[in-house]
Design a protein around this ligand. Structure first.
Ligand code: GLV
Ligand code: MN
Ligand code: MN
Length: 420
């Protein structure tokens, strides 16, 4: 049964438009995990699951699940999922495109009375984006059993403990110390996502079949100086934390640029979060806290970067007026997608006449966590100018529909491989 991309475009468009309205009004598009708008979006998604006749549940890790049960007596399940939370002032397609394509996939299967030999579950993975608790991929880490006690007990700026938030949304934080039981039954975890880069658009390629997801490391850098009067302390008497921080910012950028030039693998590093204290025009900055985000496909390059950064910090600590401290706060390892699923995605796309490219991801995804415990793979669709994590983020509905057609072909192929 062919998936008609044109007739499904209007459904996809309608769902994307419904979700984009659920944003903090003063900073579109913002739907942070556990916020009021996030809860509203979860209710909206439950309603869509309901309309499609799916069984609705929330698992121990707080993932919202719409389940299409097979007529066969089976526990085997194929998971199709992504996320509906956003970064602050983010876009309308990151995560949402994948969840909406899952809905569209189920609509097609239902409308055409297609029987599957396995259960098919659409997941909204809880809190994929980096949040105030300093972690990302809450729900998929929970499935993989890697949300440890230290992470679960973290508090956000208003004192809310992560595990309490997970429990409030319907999870059970006591059962997150090992992979969830569902992992034994997963045949495949599939995700459609916008590329968030420019490769597909520039090369006019329909589908990116992802072969790996880079390691993601985050480090907290604290620069301690001395606050003081900006009018009276002379320039040679200062310990200005922001000036010292700027040396680290420049170093990180230059060093990442050099490493990425010398290697043909994905390597990027960013300082995108910085807090200056007390942050007042008439006071010399006394303290700076900032986060380094580092993505690397090659572990050798990652180590080279860390070594040179540590050397730079130790040399600055010997010569500078401020003290710099670096702390490792998060790490997700480099992962490769399941080889059989990569091939199946590629042949599914080929059989529909779409052009495709096997490529590395630059961003992190729930699929990276899931691949630790189950066969997992994902596809990318193009997005305009490669922009993402910003309000300008845009993807053509027709491209989401093409990706959904590939997902459907995958389901057909998996069904053939898994007939009892
Ligand atoms: C996910 O959005 C990431 O930061 O890679
Ligand atoms: Mn995403
Ligand atoms: Mn994102």
């Amino acid at each position: 049964m062919n998936f008609k991309t044109d007739t499904n475009c209007s459904y996809i468009e309608k769902q994307i438009k419904s979700l984009e309205k659920l944003t903090d009004e003063d900073r579109p598009f913002t739907r942070l995990v556990f916020s009021k708008k996030f809860y509203e979006a979860r209710s909206w998604l439950s309603e869509q699951f309901n309309v499609l006749g799916l069984s609705i549940s929330t698992d121990e890790a707080g993932n919202l699940i719409g389940l299409l049960k097979s007529n066969n007596e089976t526990n085997k399940v194929v998971i199709v999922g992504s996320h509906i939370d956003t970064v602050p002032s983010g876009g309308r397609y990151d995560g949402t495109a994948g969840v909406v394509s899952g809905l569209c996939l189920i609509k097609h299967i239902k409308e055409n009375n297609i029987e599957l030999p396995f259960n098919l579950a659409i997941y909204d993975f809880l809190g994929e984006e980096l949040n105030e608790w300093g972690t990302s991929c809450i729900g998929s880490r929970g499935i993989a059993g890697v949300l440890n006690e230290e992470i679960l007990l973290r508090q956000n700026s208003s004192g809310k403990i992560l595990k309490d938030e997970i429990n409030k949304i319907g999870g059970n934080s006591k059962l997150l110390n090992k992979p969830l039981p569902v992992v034994k039954n997963i045949l495949a975890c599939l995700e459609l996502h916008i590329e968030q880069g420019k490769v597909l658009e520039e090369r006019k390629i329909d589908i990116g079949v992802v072969k790996s997801i880079p390691s993601i490391s985050r480090f907290k850098v604290t620069v301690s100086g001395q606050a003081g009067h900006s009018g009276t302390i002379l320039m040679n008497q200062r310990a200005d934390a922001l000036v010292s921080a700027s040396k680290i910012i420049t170093f990180v950028n230059k060093s990442a640029l050099k490493i990425s030039k010398n290697s043909n693998q994905h390597f990027v590093s960013t300082i995108g979060k910085i807090d200056v204290l007390p942050n007042s025009a008439a006071i010399i900055p006394g303290l700076v806290e900032m986060t380094i985000d580092l993505r690397a496909t090659s572990q050798k390059s990652r180590q080279e970067f860390i070594n040179t950064l540590e050397e730079e910090i130790s040399s600055l600590n010997n010569t500078d007026t401020c003290q710099i401290n670096i702390e490792d706060i998060a790490f997700a390892p480099f992962v490769e997608m399941d080889k059989e699923l990569i091939n199946l995605f590629k042949s599914s796309s080929d059989s529909l006449g779409f052009s495709s490219n096997i490529m590395d991801s630059g961003a992190g995804h729930d699929t990276a966590q899931l691949s630790r415990v189950a066969p997992a793979a994902m596809i990318f669709i193009p997005c305009k100018d490669g922009l993402s994590h910003c309000p300008e983020e845009f993807a053509e509905v027709s491209d989401i529909a093409k990706g959904t057609a590939v997902l459907y072909k995958m389901i057909e192929n998996l069904a053939e491989l898994n007939v009892n």
